[in-house]
Write a protein that binds this ligand. Structure first.
Ligand SMILES: [Zn+2]
Length: 91
């Protein structure tokens, strides 16, 4: 399903990881977290390269604001896209 990440990463809503999207930025989010964009229209999940995104938009924008700017690569939807969060395994 998600070939860019190793197996065993569970994706969950940010609240499950106690991540506050209104406060966290790409710069403040702990490095163990990965971001996945989820489209409510076609249900596509797409991994985000948070480092590349940070270079593009800066690391001081809140994740809540970034979510508003997401565009689905599957269907082009721009409304109500949201982030899911995964935690990299420590190994
Ligand atoms: Zn979509």
């Amino acid at each position: 399903m998600n070939v860019r990440h190793r197996r065993g990463i569970n994706l969950a809503p940010p609240g499950d990881y106690a991540v506050d999207l209104a406060r966290e930025t790409l710069g403040s989010l702990a490095e163990m977290y990965v971001l996945v964009a989820a489209c409510p229209a076609c249900l596509k999940n797409a991994p985000i390269d948070r480092w590349e995104l940070g270079r593009q938009v800066g690391k001081r924008t809140t994740l809540a604001n970034l979510a508003k700017r997401l565009k689905c690569s599957g269907c082009g939807n721009r409304a109500s896209n949201r982030f899911l969060i995964g935690k990299l395994p420590r190994d």
